[in-house]
Design a protein. Structure first.
Length: 167
């Protein structure tokens, strides 16, 4: 389920980066063009309902906000699991279940992330992403090298014990 969450986030982020999406959103009744005035910001279908600036939910900044929400969700989950050693721990059920609730929490964090003012969020989160991505790649390289070393060591040991050329 976590992999599905990550996959859905990647798909939504790819959609947000689609060229021309912002122009397509201006045809939706509740979206306003960035050039529209506040006086004309009411929808024609439902009077009194303000239009949203849908240009805010596309582009690289929207992807940063989605990734920020995902980071907050996984950091909160990992903080809740500190000290859990077995699946018999009562908090282990949180890790292994409650998927509907977890998805609702994640969606809530995503929606909340879009209320963060532009300000310096994009630049700050870009640096967090670059540093975090670098650390992730280094850890993955270490794990791959360790896996390959252990695998080779296992095959050499099997060859020395059996003298089979298959190893």
């Amino acid at each position: 389920m976590y992999a599905i969450m990550l996959l859905l986030t990647v798909v939504v982020c790819c959609i947000m980066l689609t060229p021309g999406l912002q122009n397509s959103l201006t045809s939706v009744p509740f979206c306003k063009d960035d050039n529209e005035t506040a006086a004309s910001s009411m929808t024609d279908l439902v009077p009194g309902v303000p239009k949203l600036a849908c240009g805010e939910v596309v582009g690289y900044l929207a992807v940063y906000r989605m990734c920020f929400a995902l980071t907050i969700f996984f950091c909160a989950m990992s903080a809740m699991m500190i000290g859990v050693k077995t699946s018999k721990d009562p908090r282990a059920g949180i890790q292994n279940g409650f998927w509907g609730f977890k998805y609702l929490v994640y969606i809530g964090i995503c929606v909340g992330a879009f209320f963060i003012p532009k300000g310096s969020f994009g630049i700050t989160w870009m640096y967090f992403g670059m540093i975090g991505g670098f650390i992730f790649i280094v850890i993955q390289l270490i794990l791959i090298i360790d896996f390959a070393h252990n695998w080779a060591e296992s095959w050499v040991t099997n060859y020395e014990e059996t003298e089979s050329r298959g190893w």
